[in-house]
Design a protein around this ligand. Structure first.
Ligand SMILES: NC(=O)c1ccc[n+]([C@@H]2O[C@H](COP(=O)([O-])OP(=O)(O)OC[C@H]3O[C@@H](n4cnc5c(N)ncnc54)[C@H](OP(=O)(O)O)[C@@H]3O)[C@@H](O)[C@H]2O)c1
Length: 237
């Protein structure tokens, strides 16, 4: 049995990914989000708000002693307040880093600690963003919080390279521009605060958004065949 722990299973990429993983034989999914939209005999939902201090430290990560391969997909994410630095709502700034950086970092730390003694293979996929790798005006919290998770993944990868018998594979993945509620939200931002707004409207109008199901399929393929370089842009695959 392969156990998948997926955050943000209630919407977009995480929802599509969970549905595809459950279509595979010998899989079980533990999903985390504030909403639950999946009912399946091999799905267990854990309600959590990762924006709250202590949530990632305290949330249940159930251990399955028969697990040979385990996969953690840190997918939950939020865009945050789209405003230039100097005008960002500070509470939302904090929440964005909690959801996009602090929670996945803590979950990864706990997950490896729990499963290193029992599992044969541990795969960690952090859903990053192209915005981690180039600056987008008014996305200060989003860009920086995703860039941090890229570096955390690089450090984990480097640590594993030191080991004689490395068990952990890590990927930090930019999924491209994906047709999810997060993109709906981006299109609702007041263009006064967001110079690149028109670009995102064009993606929708010209049908250039990638379906979440297509992204989910590629992520499932990557779990079975992780690349050597942990920093991945799905559009290049
Ligand atoms: N869509 C894109 O074009 C795009 C591009 C690059 C990167 N990404 C990244 O891809 C990932 C998935 O995004 P998406 O586009 O699928 O967005 P989405 O449809 O808005 O889904 C976001 C998911 O994250 C969960 N989440 C958000 N805040 C949470 C919180 N405080 N506690 C627990 N769960 C929370 C949501 O669950 P609840 O609301 O139920 O809690 C939801 O399941 C994100 O990390 C995003 O940054 C997306």
């Amino acid at each position: 049995m392969t156990y998948y722990y997926i955050t943000g299973t209630s919407s977009g990429i995480g929802l599509a990914l969970t549905q595809q993983v459950l279509n595979l034989a010998n899989t079980f999914v533990i999903g985390y989000a504030r909403r639950k939209h999946i009912d399946h005999e091999r799905y267990r939902h854990i309600y959590v708000d990762f924006s709250l201090t202590g949530a990632a430290r305290e949330v249940d990560i159930p251990l399955y002693p028969d697990a040979q391969q385990v996969v953690l997909i840190n997918n939950a994410g939020m865009l945050g307040d789209v405003k230039p630095i100097g005008e960002i709502d500070n509470e939302l700034l904090e929440k964005t880093f909690m959801v996009n950086t602090v929670s996945p970092a803590i979950l990864t730390n706990r997950f490896i600690s729990i499963y290193q003694p029992v599992a044969e293979l541990i795969t960690v996929i952090n859903i990053s963003s192209g915005a981690a790798r180039h600056a987008v005006e008014s996305w200060g919290a989003y860009c920086a919080s995703k860039a941090a998770i890229d570096m955390y993944s690089l450090v984990l990868h480097a640590e594993q390279n030191f080991l004689e018998n490395p068990k952990v594979k890590v990927i930090s993945l930019a999924p491209g521009v994906v047709d999810t509620p997060m993109q709906d939200l981006i299109r609702q931002v007041n263009p006064r605060y967001f110079p690149q707004a028109e670009r995102f409207h064009q993606y929708k109008q010209k049908d250039l958004l990638t379906p979440a199901e297509k992204v989910a399929k590629k992520i499932v393929e990557l779990v079975g065949n992780p690349p050597n370089d942990p920093i991945v842009d799905l559009r290049m695959l």
